[in-house]
Design a protein around this ligand. Structure first.
Ligand code: SAH
Length: 364
C-alpha cells in the first residue's frame, strides 16, 4: 500500500487496506460506494481538464432540449402550478441552467431543487443557481407539488453488486488484498444462489451477474413520488436495454480507462445502467414508463438539427464546433446509441416527446 497511485497515506486506499486486513474482503458495492463518495466530495471531475466530459458540457443544446421536453409535457398535463424542477447529481449546474432558460421561454418557471452529496460540486451549483434548495437524498424534497426530475450520468455512479459463478457455486464478488498489498477481485465465502435469477443458474464458471440495488431503489423512490405527487422524470445514461451477463464496472481518470482496483477515490467508478430492469421497477411502483430511446434518436426527434442550424446562423464562427457537438451527442458510434433516455411519468400524465415504448431487443 505504499506504492504510487494509491493516493496519499491515510487516503481511502489505506483505509480499505486496513479494513480488509482486519476483517476480510469488502463487497464490490461497498468499494464502489466509498470510492465514489470520496472521489466526488473534493473535486470537479468534469471537462477537458478533468476526468470526463458529459453531454451538457459538450453543448447547450442538450440542456435546452431537456428543458423543452419538460415544458412540453408540463403544458400537456395542464400546466400545474406550483411545480418543482429536481435534478439528481447536477454536476456544475450546466444542464439546469440551459434547461431552465429554455423552459422559461415556454412559460415553465419551477422551484429548483438539487440532490447532491458533493460539497465541491454543491459550491459550483450554488454559484450558478443561488435560489436553489439542496438535498442529500430524495427524502427532503417537497411533497405537495408535482416534480419534474432530471438525472444525467447519475445512475451510473451508484454502486453495483456483483455475483460470480465459482467452482463451488455463486458467490458475491469482493475486493481483497494480494501478497503485494494490491487490491484484487476475490470471491466471497457465503453461498449466494438465492440472489441469482433462475435463468442464470446454468451459466459457466467465471460468469458475473451485475445488479444495482442502489439504482433500483432510487428509481423506485422517484416513481413513488411521481405516483403520489404527479410529474415526470428523465434518466439519461449509458447502458443496455435488457439485462446481460458480465461486469461493466470501469474506472476513468483523465479521459482514460484505468484499473478499477488501482486508485479508489481517485478515479470515477461507473457501471452501465440496466434500463430494462429499471423500467420494470418504475412500473411496479405504479408509474408510467414512457419509453426508452437512444440519445441520438431522441435528440433528433426533439429537433437538435434545427436548433444547431439556428445557433450556427447566429454565430457563424462557431458553426463547425456546433456541428461537431451535434455529431458527438447523436452519432451511433459516439453518444447516440450507447446513451439512452428513459422517461417516466405519473399515471394520468401524457406521453413524452421522442420516446418509444419497445419492450425487448435493441431500442433506438
Ligand atoms: N449530471 C452532471 C454530473 C454527472 S457526474 C452532468 O451531466 O454533467 C455525477 C453527479 O452525481 C455529480 O454531481 C456527483 O457529485 C453526483 N453524485 C454521485 N453519487 C451521488 C449520490 N449517491 N447522491 C447524490 N449525488 C451523487
Amino acid at each position: 500500500m505504499t506504492g504510487e497511485g494509491h493516493g496519499a497515506p491515510g487516503g481511502l486506499a489505506a483505509v480499505f487496506a486496513r479494513l480488509i486486513a482486519a476483517t476480510g474482503p469488502i463487497s464490490i458495492a461497498h468499494y464502489m460506494a466509498e470510492a465514489n463518495a470520496r472521489y466526488y466530495a473534493s473535486r470537479d471531475p468534469l471537462g477537458t481538464a478533468g476526468d470526463f466530459v458529459t453531454a451538457p458540457e459538450i453543448s447547450q443544446m442538450f440542456g435546452e432540449l431537456i428543458g423543452l421536453w419538460l415544458a412540453d409535457i408540463w403544458q400537456r398535463a395542464g400546466r400545474p402550478q406550483p411545480i418543482c424542477y429536481v435534478e439528481l447529481g447536477p454536476g456544475r449546474g450546466t444542464l439546469a441552467r440551459d434547461a431552465l432558460r429554455a423552459a422559461s421561454k415556454a412559460g415553465l418557471v419551477p422551484e429548483i431543487h438539487f440532490v447532491e452529496t458533493s460539497p465541491a460540486l454543491k459550491a459550483m451549483q450554488r454559484a450558478a443557481h443561488p435560489g436553489a434548495v439542496w438535498h442529500d437524498d430524495l427524502s427532503g424534497l417537497p411533497t405537495d407539488q408535482p416534480l419534474l426530475i432530471v438525472a444525467n450520468e447519475f445512475l451510473d455512479a451508484l454502486p453495483v453488486r456483483q455475483l460470480v459463478r465459482t467452482g463451488g457455486g455463486w458467490r458475491e464478488r469482493m475486493v481483497g488484498l494480494n501478497a503485494e498489498g494490491a487490491f484484487i477481485p476475490v470471491a466471497g465465502t457465503r453461498p449466494m444462489e438465492a440472489a441469482v435469477p433462475e435463468h442464470y443458474a446454468d451459466v459457466g464458471e467465471g460468469a458475473i451477474v451485475e445488479t444495482s440495488p442502489a439504482s433500483a431503489a432510487m428509481v423506485q423512490e422517484v416513481a413513488s413520488r411521481l405516483v403520489a405527487q404527479g410529474g415526470a422524470a428523465l434518466f439519461i445514461d449509458y447502458g443496455y436495454a435488457a439485462p446481460q451477463l458480465g461486469s461493466t464496472l470501469q474506472a476513468v481518470r483523465a479521459h482514460r480507462k484505468v484499473n478499477v482496483f488501482a486508485e479508489p477515490g481517485e478515479a470515477d467508478l461507473t457501471a452501465h445502467v440496466d434500463f430494462g430492469t429499471l423500467a420494470q421497477v418504475a412500473e411496479q411502483a405504479g408509474a408510467r414508463w414512457l419509453g426508452t430511446s437512444g440519445q441520438g434518436a431522441w435528440l433528433a426527434a426533439l429537433g437538435i438539427g434545427a436548433r444547431a442550424g439556428s445557433l450556427a446562423r447566429a454565430a457563424p464562427h462557431a458553426a463547425e464546433a456546433i456541428e461537431a457537438a451535434t455529431i458527438r451527442l447523436t452519432a451511433p458510434d459516439e453518444m447516440g446509441t450507447l446513451f439512452k433516455v428513459m422517461g417516466l411519468a405519473a399515471p394520468g400524465w401524457p406521453d413524452g416527446a421522442g420516446l418509444s415504448r419497445v419492450r425487448s431487443g435493441t431500442v433506438v
